[in-house]
Design a protein around this ligand. Structure first.
Ligand code: NAI
Length: 391
């Protein structure tokens, strides 16, 4: 159980790039990072593409005015000259800026926590991975739902053979918020369908990378052998980027899988679901009821496992915060992954490879897998929705 006590010697001096007043995801980062004030302290930022608005915002959330910078390059330069300069940054800007900001941060000697999808190509991720290794720095990726501890319960139960051999993987991350063509799309919606800023996909990157990572967290031994992706832009102005896609997967062990990702699932408020079907039983988790896990053993009454109960696996309850009777949700999930980022950064700085080896968190390899997933899906779709080897 977590109670905010320190896990590392002192909080890390942390800054944000992006995530300003109008940014959609910035507050989730701050809610996660600042939950345990023993992990991170927000001391600086280049919060906004508009420097004035960014400074005003930074001051309003308690950052010293002289540490609210016009842009990230100035921030990295000026902070490097301070004895109490920043040690780690989070990148909460549109996709097309992640690579250059991440590279500049690593070159400035900073650890990085970056939004998904990490970059546009796996080549870029591999290059940044080498740079991070050379600099001895961590790159974490904010798959924000993945800190939900019931996913670790699924991982433990699968590892313990509670569902038998995995046969079917049924993944879905859909919503209906783009079912209609927006008359006046928000800035955040406009860039999401602009390949120059969003990259080679819309919902495959925006939504399904989360669920794909979560499936890997739950089933670390399940490797995709080949996949087929069919994608569409039901709202034509979004072409060539898709607002809907179906992916079929063949795993190396003979299991099969599907992913449905969509932002045109009209009426759907939160269709984020993972169902793993084994030879004896199935497990199912819905993001809309994150504290519950359904365990269905063939021929027996269906069980609902509830968060924070002593019958759950130790690995699951280790990330418990509020205890039974009280509702946890997305903020707690973000706090859990941010705490792991802090532990990883601290371990890396101390050369503690043993801690790093045993820590389960979304690292740069998780970022690489997400970009690889998109690349393979797009390659299949562009070739007419054909099976492609998962390269
Ligand atoms: P947004 O468009 O709402 O906000 C972007 C923010 O970055 C704004 O504050 C903007 O002023 C700022 N910005 C843009 N360029 C900048 C630059 N060069 N320097 C400093 N600030 C800059 O975008 P949104 O929806 O917040 O998405 C940002 C990233 O987060 C994307 O990569 C997206 O895929 C990801 N995301 C992740 C979520 C998650 O659950 N992990 C949820 C939503 C978005």
């Amino acid at each position: 159980m977590l109670n905010g006590e320190k896990k590392i010697a002192r909080p890390l001096r942390w800054a944000m790039v992006g995530g300003g007043r109008l940014g959609q995801v910035g507050y989730k980062h701050r809610t996660g990072a600042l939950r345990d004030n023993t992990a991170f302290q927000l001391v600086a930022g280049a919060f906004d593409i508009d420097p004035e608005r960014g400074r005003d915002f930074g001051v309003n959330i308690g950052v010293a005015e002289n540490r609210c910078y016009d842009d990230y390059k100035t921030m990295f330069g000026e902070e490097a000259a301070r004895e109490d300069g920043i040690e780690v940054i989070s990148i909460a800007t549109p996709n097309g800026t992640h690579y250059e900001i991440c590279k500049a941060a690593l070159e400035a000697g900073l650890h990085v926590i970056c939004e998904k999808p990490l970059f546009f190509t796996t080549d870029e991720v591999r290059e940044i991975k080498s740079l991070a290794e050379e600099k001895g720095k961590i790159v974490g990726v904010t798959y924000g739902f993945s800190g939900n501890q019931m996913l670790l319960q699924m991982r433990a139960m699968i590892e313990q053979g509670k569902i038998g051999d995995i046969r079917v993987v049924d993944l879905q991350y859909t919503h209906g918020f783009n079912a209609l063509e927006e008359e006046k799309p928000s800035d955040a919606q406009k860039w999401r369908v602009d390949p120059k800023i969003a990259g080679p996909s819309f919902v495959l990157g925006d939504l399904s990378t989360h669920t794909y990572y979560m499936s890997q967290l739950i089933m670390p031994n399940m490797k995709i052998k080949e996949l087929l992706c069919d994608r569409q832009s039901f709202i034509k102005s979004r072409a060539p980027l898709e607002d809907n896609a179906h992916v079929l997967m063949h795993y190396e062990n003979g299991a099969v899988g599907t992913m449905w990702t969509s932002s045109i699932n009209a009426g759907c408020m939160d269709g984020h679901r993972i169902r793993i079907v084994g030879s004896k039983a199935s497990l199912e988790w819905w993001d809309s009821k994150p504290g519950e896990l359904t365990y269905e053993v063939q021929g027996e009454p269906i069980q609902t496992l509830i968060r924070a109960m002593p019958y759950l696996d130790e690995s699951c309850n280790a990330d418990e915060r509020l205890g039974a009777l009280h509702v946890e949700g997305l903020s707690d999930s973000w706090a859990n992954i941010y705490l792991k980022f802090a532990v990883a950064i601290d371990a890396k700085s101390r050369g503690d490879e043993e801690t790093l080896k045993n820590l389960v968190y979304p690292d740069i390899d998780a970022g690489l897998e997400g970009v690889r997933w998109i690349e393979n899906c797009v390659r299949s779709a562009e070739n007419g929705a054909v099976w492609v080897n998962f390269e």
